[in-house]
Design a protein around this ligand. Structure first.
Ligand SMILES: Cc1cc2nc3c(=O)[nH]c(=O)nc-3n(C[C@H](O)[C@H](O)[C@H](O)COP(=O)(O)OP(=O)(O)OC[C@H]3O[C@@H](n4cnc5c(N)ncnc54)[C@H](O)[C@@H]3O)c2cc1C
Length: 492
């Protein structure tokens, strides 16, 4: 006699690794079904060039944090196989009634996976219930009333699951083996101490320490590569991997702002929360931004990649101290403040005149908070390929003097320059041979000579090409399309 397959529901955790404000988990518990809680670590997704093991290490440690807090002996299973393979196997073992998950606005590889799975679930008569993520609206053609809806979502009640009623399904050893859990790379289970700590508990304490302590210098230090590490919220990585929801951050910030004597810092932080979702909405509506220029009128510029320049940029060996220090810092720690991210892209696309696509994978890999929607839009904004934004070309020497005048950040990341006095550190190539001897560094040998010999000339070149583009008929036509699609309209 064939035993019937057990009937279950599945909660598919993606980039929402938390137990509070989690609508899919809440709805799943309310269904009364026994639930299997899973999170895939997918070899196919991991092979995408925007990702780095550091991302899976962070996700894995968020998952551990969830597992440490699930009541009633429940477990969130890490599965090491592609989701399509995993769901096919699970459907051979169980009668899956419903799958609950959040919608994900991801890179092409996860978007394609989700489309394939939607077709598979439909064929297998499995219901897939997706909840909206952070106010991002699927399937819209323009931004009518988008802001109003965003505020409504973020002011609404958080969706906290009643964990006491959670009834979980346990997998057998054989099922766990088939789903690859025991093959999960050892590396993911380690966690380098120089990355931000993972997990929902950590996200909550980062939020509280920012709102009630660290935010007092938020505006004053936002552009400084060293001080901003303390004075900015550092919530981006938690928002990316979902160890906190945007609604939780927004509501806590609103409360702190209402209570604060100086409201300006928290107010400017809050405006950025909406930018976060604005950029992801843009990408949700135009996923081609991962590969193509937002404004097609820019397709005929920066068409060639120079590997030598690219390597120097990636490795922090351009000879421009602030560019190199920022790159080495982000390569090592996974974090950099907004202004310095912008400067790195500006240097690559304007001064080195490389296509933004040549650098977006490298920085995607390095940013622990890699969020496709923000990442591709910001890369293109800095490169000027949206066409509608003001052209900004950062001078790396000015950024260095303005935001690290004493060279403390530079010396932390460029040990070759540790003996160079502050008046020479921003432009070390100006040292005479005697000074180089005195300060124990030979330019061109210990530290590179500048890869761009005349920064004013490279600025002028980029600026004249980009300004000329403003009157290109295709650029103008594309500007109209971009404004019509992505500019927020309606009240609120
Ligand atoms: C080239 C480039 C690539 C970027 N890639 C990413 C990325 O992959 N992931 C990412 O989260 N941010 C990205 N940013 C935006 C920004 O640099 C980071 O969000 C910010 O530095 C994170 O630090 P924080 O959490 O302390 O920010 P805070 O200043 O404390 O801001 C709070 C939150 O607001 C959002 N936010 C802040 N600035 C921006 C912005 N300019 N655009 C959109 N949202 C913003 C983030 O969610 C951030 O956590 C990028 C910026 C540039 C120039």
């Amino acid at each position: 006699m064939i035993t019937p397959k057990p009937e279950i529901g599945i909660v598919w955790f993606k980039r929402d690794l938390r137990l509070t404000d989690h609508e899919p988990l809440k709805k799943a518990i309310e269904s009364g079904l026994p639930l299997l809680l899973i999170r895939f670590f997918e070899p196919q997704v991991e092979s995408d060039d925007h990702f780095h093991p550091r991302h899976w290490q962070f996700a894995y440690h968020c998952l551990n944090d969830v597992n440490n807090r699930i009541p009633n002996g429940g477990k969130l299973y890490p599965l090491y196989c592609d989701a399509e393979v995993g769901f096919r196997y699970l459907s051979s073992q169980f009668t899956i009634k419903t799958i609950w998950s959040h919608e994900e606005t991801g890179v092409d590889i996860t978007y394609t996976r989700d489309k394939n799975l939607a077709a598979f679930f439909k064929f297998e008569l499995i219901q897939w219930v997706e909840s909206q993520t952070n106010g991002i609206i699927r399937g819209v053609k323009d931004r009518t009333n988008w802001t109003k809806k965003w505020f409504a979502v973020h002011a609404s009640e958080t969706q906290n699951p009643d964990l006491q009623n959670l009834r979980t399904v346990n997998l057998t050893d054989d099922q766990v083996i088939k789903l690859g859990s025991w093959n999960l790379p050892e590396l993911y289970q380690q966690y380098p101490s120089h990355f931000q700590k993972a997990g929902e508990k950590e996200a909550m304490s980062t939020l509280a320490s920012f709102l009630y302590d660290r935010s007092s210098f938020y505006n004053a230090h936002i552009s400084k590569p060293l001080d901003s590490r303390q004075s900015c919220s550092r919530l981006s990585v938690h928002l990316t991997w979902g160890s906190i929801s945007m609604r939780q951050v927004y509501q806590a910030a609103k409360k702190a702002k209402d209570e604060a004597a100086n409201k300006r810092n928290i107010a400017s932080f809050m405006s950025r929360l909406q930018w976060h979702c604005h950029f992801i909405q843009k990408f949700e509506m135009e996923p081609r931004l991962e590969f193509e220029n937002a404004n097609r009128g820019f397709d005929d510029i920066r068409t060639e990649i120079d590997d030598y320049k690219l390597q120097a940029w990636r490795n922090g060996k351009t000879g421009y101290p602030m560019v190199d220090a920022c790159m080495r810092c982000v390569n090592e720690t996974g974090y950099l403040n907004f202004r310095m991210r912008a400067m790195l892209v500006s240097f690559l696309t304007h001064h080195l005149w490389q296509p933004w696509q040549a650098g977006s994978k490298h920085l995607g890999k390095q940013f622990l908070d890699f969020e496709p929607g923000i990442h591709f839009s910001q890369f293109q904004m800095q490169a000027g390929t949206h066409g509608i934004n003001t052209i900004r070309i950062y001078n790396p020497i000015k950024q260095s003097i303005d935001h690290d005048s004493e060279g403390v950040f530079l010396k932390q990341w460029l040990p070759e320059l540790s003996n160079v006095p502050v008046e020479l550190i921003h432009e070390p190539w100006k040292m005479t041979p005697l000074e180089q001897k005195m300060y124990n560094v030979e330019i061109g040998s210990d530290y590179p000579a500048p890869i761009v010999s005349d920064i004013k000339a490279s600025y002028k070149n980029a600026s004249s090409i980009l300004w000329a583009k403003k009157s290109d008929p295709l650029v103008k036509e594309e500007n109209q399309r971009i404004l019509k699609t992505h500019v927020r309209r309606g009240k609120g």
